[in-house]
Design a protein around this ligand. Structure first.
Ligand code: PEP
Ligand code: MN
Length: 396
């Protein structure tokens, strides 16, 4: 695959972080967990979904209103009525919403309601639609085609990026194979490979991948363990009664249970679940806040805290990347010291580093803390040099 694509990863390129709503991101440290029914069926159904998922670590709600169905006689979605339901649910529970569009016209309508537009598998190579989505300033989830290669997926994303919309999230949702024990084959190897091909964030949709509710939880956990930036999972207040994809829909309680079970896995791979306090309206229904159009003193402080946490998350992402760079340099320095047969620890050099970083800070209170942190960083550098030490040369 050409490495000259906007979507390609390069040595210096940072991973893209897509912000789908205030404080809700995909591609950074925080995982994007998208949950909701296959189709929006009624106001009551979406109300139950919002009420169950609010404040549980779900970052955004999903629900199809334009449904790509195999049979033209199957339920095709509620269309604009469904969009209104999504909009009401989003406002009431303060949660961003995601919905699929299959045509330019649908995109132009849904763009006013949805926080993220989804391009489904069947349209991954609908190039005219992709070009149009490229002209919109709206985050997009681009799902892998039914039998698309990773290269085709990245090139499909390129159509959107080339149009000027760089807010693209890829989604692995299983590919067709010969075994019908599962609906599709979840390509987790592909997720790992994609991370080495592109800087775009990658979601995993275990629901459409396996097509069987009893397999969803384990696949969701495996996806986070292998580095996915989030999940898209279909859940329903009465799963068996879902008007579409009933066999793969899980119950709301099971959805929440999956999130709880993912927390330690996320921590093990350096990720966090979307902090429920970052999603608006957790403490108070958003509708009430909207009605008064005024923020109380308490709400202003909560909003400020939320902004600061977002800044901290961005700063931490940068620090982690710089620390990685520094430790790699230290590793190389260790190899050179070994070759040169000079002692690995150089106390004078360490003092020099501490003076340098101390002088880089303007506030003396901060300077003292930064020097302390640097002592730990140099410990880590020494440790990594020891672990990386070349095997002793055999003297003839
Ligand atoms: C969906 O997410 O509702 C959907 C139809 O998915 P896919 O395009 O992956 O089949
Ligand atoms: Mn579905």
């Amino acid at each position: 695959m050409s490495t000259n694509l906007k979507a390609s990863i390069t040595e210096t390129q940072k991973r893209t972080v897509v912000e789908i709503a205030d404080g809700v991101t995909c591609g950074g440290r925080s995982l994007l967990i998208v949950a909701g029914p296959c189709s929006v069926e009624s106001k009551e159904q979406m109300d139950q979904v919002g009420a169950a998922l609010r404040g549980q670590g779900v970052s955004a709600l999903r629900g199809g209103v334009y449904k790509p169905r195999t049979s033209p006689y199957a339920f095709q979605g509620l269309g604009e009525e469904g969009l209104q339901i999504l909009s009401d649910t989003s406002k009431k529970y303060g949660m961003p919403v995601i919905t699929e569009v299959m045509s330019e016209k649908q995109a132009d309508i849904a763009v006013h309601t949805a926080d993220v537009l989804q391009i489904g598998s069947r349209n991954m190579q609908n190039f005219e639609l992709l070009k149009h989505i490229g002209t919109l300033r709206k985050p997009v989830i681009l799902k892998r085609g039914l039998s698309a290669t990773l290269e085709e997926l990245v090139n499909a994303a390129e159509y959107i990026l080339a149009g000027g919309n760089d807010q693209v999230i890829l989604c692995e949702r299983g590919i067709r194979s010969y075994d019908n024990a599962t609906r599709n084959v979840l390509d987790l190897g592909g997720v790992v490979a994609l991370r080495q091909m592109t800087h775009l964030p990658i979601l995993v949709d275990p629901s459409h991948a396996c097509g069987r509710r009893e397999l969803v939880a384990d696949l969701a956990r495996a996806a986070i363990a292998c580095g996915a930036d989030g999940l898209m999972i279909e859940c329903h207040p009465e799963p068996e009664k879902s008007v579409s994809d009933a066999r793969q829909a899980i119950h709301m309680d099971d959805m929440i249970e999956i999130i709880r079970s993912i927390e330690p896995i996320a921590a093990a791979v350096g990720r966090t679940i979307c902090n429920p306090t970052l999603v608006k309206g957790v403490d108070e229904p958003q509708a009430e806040i909207k009605e008064s159009h005024k923020l109380t003193g308490y709400e202003t402080l909560v909003a400020e805290l939320k902004d600061i946490r977002r800044e901290i998350d961005k700063t931490d992402t940068r620090i982690a990347a710089l620390l990685e760079e520094r430790l790699m340099l230290a590793m190389r320095a260790g190899e050179l010291k070994q070759e040169l047969k000079v002692p690995s620890r150089d106390v004078a050099r360490e003092r020099e580093v501490l003076d340098l970083v101390g002088l880089a800070c303007t506030d003396p209170r901060v300077a003292a803390r930064v020097r302390n942190i640097y002592e730990r960083i140099m410990d880590a550098s020494r440790q990594i040099q020891v672990e990386n030490a070349l095997p002793k040369r055999v003297v003839a």
